[in-house]
Design a protein around this ligand. Structure first.
Ligand SMILES: [Fe+2]
Length: 281
């Protein structure tokens, strides 16, 4: 029986290797950032790393290498760091400690289901600042960036009022929320861009069959990519839902949409600036 189990685990990891290609996407931020930032801030967004048995460490390290190769000014992580187990928390610390940039995180539903306190501790050990319904004003390249992080809404830990209370106006402000639908509320609090994850681009994402039965997955309004508007003429804002890095149940991530993904945002840049950067590469 033990042999069968080991073979089973090996096959999972082998399958993960086949699907380890990571897609890199580049975007500007919201147009309003151009008003507050003199030069663009480059931000890397990673989500749903699910460090554990299903997603091999090789893939985790590839993702970090790809992030660092973009030379970001700041890295943000939007939750689901673990995969049903506390056994890989030292691996999680090892993965995030490799990011030698200012790094900020919010927690996801898997972190709460596993052990939020332990996940938080592992992140802090890796040098990550965890924003749990909190905001902070940081300085990057002599410019101010306000970050507001919501705790996980799926497990009912999000507190929008607590997170935004005392937030400064007239600063470039970015929202982090594992669950993208919280953007609707953050836009009303004058947060023009929100980064999120959780859906794995609509791939095999469910934590258990009960979610399928309850149709919770298809209940999501924002599944993958940009929603809302980055344009100033739009009254609200934009939300970006990343496909993420890891997998929670099965190692398979199929098709172009379901590819593992890292998003780079040039906050405060114009579309023309982004085009020029792409041409230089
Ligand atoms: Fe999630």
């Amino acid at each position: 029986m033990a042999i069968h189990l080991n073979e089973h685990r090996k096959n999972f990891n082998e399958a993960g290797r086949w699907f380890s290609k990571i897609r890199l996407r580049h975007f500007t931020g919201h147009d309003s950032y151009q008003e507050y930032l003199n030069s663009p801030i480059r931000l890397a967004h990673l989500t749903d790393q699910h460090v554990g048995r299903v997603t091999p460490m090789k893939v985790q390290m590839e993702a970090i290498d790809l992030v660092l190769a973009q030379n970001p000014d700041i890295v943000v992580l939007t939750g689901d760091f673990v995969c049903h187990s506390e056994l890989y928390l030292s691996d999680l610390s090892e993965v995030v400690s490799r990011i030698n940039k200012p790094k900020f995180a919010v927690l996801g539903n898997h972190d709460h289901w596993t052990n939020a306190q332990a996940v938080r501790k592992a992140l802090i050990k890796g040098g990550v600042e965890v924003l749990e319904n909190a905001h902070t004003l940081i300085t990057i390249n002599n410019q101010s960036l306000q970050l507001v992080g919501l705790d996980d809404a799926y497990t009912k830990h999000a507190d929008i009022n607590k997170a935004t209370r005392g937030m400064k106006k007239n600063y470039a402000t970015l929202g982090l929320s594992h669950i993208a639908e919280q953007a609707d509320l953050l836009w009303l609090k004058h947060v023009p861009l929100v980064l999120s994850g959780h859906t794995h681009a609509g791939q095999i994402t469910v934590a258990g069959l009960h979610e399928l039965i309850l149709k919770k997955v298809i209940g999501h309004k924002y599944i993958h990519g940009f929603y809302g508007s980055q344009n100033l003429s739009h009254p609200h804002g934009a939300v970006y839902v990343s496909a993420g890095i890891g997998a929670a149940v099965m190692p398979l991530r199929m098709g172009e949409k379901g590819k593992r993904e890292i998003a780079i945002f040039e906050l405060g840049a114009t579309k023309e600036y982004l085009e020029n950067i792409k041409l230089e590469k």
